[in-house]
Design a protein around this ligand. Structure first.
Ligand code: GLN
Length: 203
């Protein structure tokens, strides 16, 4: 299987590890540059983006992740992970930075507080049928989709909650806690496709 990482600084790491392992991937918990260097793709979990940001700098993995994104490594970010992939946050706390890569503007905590968490049945044309059962937990919303990014899903009120750009996928909700595996599958397919392209280029 594909050898992929889950960024394991903070957040719901375990749920992503088990979803990926269920799909046959070989999963590494990534905290340090040495671990990042061994993987072909990375999942950034939900959690608290300002904490993930701070810890990524403390562990020295921020710049290597930015370099890997620039190099085309596939990355799937959910919730706080989407925030980490956004080029711009509207309401960053002081000093908060992102890895960037997605040409989007994201608003944090766009759906209110933890108690206002909700589930929605969400049509995601790129994934086909059935609709996704999406769990929102203090998730962000994509306020602006830049010209380099594409919306993958919108709520009934028109708010964008999933985007894609090249090998990057960012979603506002948590597929890993509702048994939804198609986003992870899409991510692993990107990893496999990039491996094939690399091997072809080398031969
Ligand atoms: N509100 C969190 C943040 O700003 C994201 C919540 C989540 O990942 N479930 O990072």
């Amino acid at each position: 299987g594909e050898r992929v990482g889950v960024l394991a600084l903070q957040g719901d790491v375990r749920e992503h590890v088990s979803t990926l392992e269920g799909l046959g991937a070989d999963v590494v918990r990534v905290r340090r540059p040495e671990e990042l260097a061994t993987v072909e793709g990375l999942v950034i979990p939900g959690g608290e983006s300002s904490v993930i940001d701070k810890l990524s700098r403390i562990f020295g993995v921020r710049d290597p992740i930015r370099a890997a994104i620039a190099d085309g490594m596939p990355v799937l970010g959910t919730c706080a992970g989407l925030i980490m992939l956004a080029d711009t946050i509207t309401d960053a706390i002081t000093g908060q930075q992102t890895f960037g890569g997605l040409d989007v503007v994201v608003r944090r905590n766009a759906f209110g507080r933890q108690v206002e968490s909700f589930e929605a049945s969400l049509a995601v044309p790129a994934l086909g049928e059935p609709p996704v059962r999406a769990t929102f937990i203090r998730g962000p919303v994509v306020e602006t989709v830049g010209s380099d990014a594409t919306a993958l899903a919108t709520l009934d009120d028109g708010r964008v909650v999933a985007v894609e750009q090249g090998n990057l996928i960012g979603i506002s909700f948590h597929p890993e806690i509702s048994g939804e595996t198609r986003f992870h599958r899409r991510f692993l397919d990107r990893v496999a496709a990039r491996r094939t392209a690399t091997l072809t280029a080398a031969s």
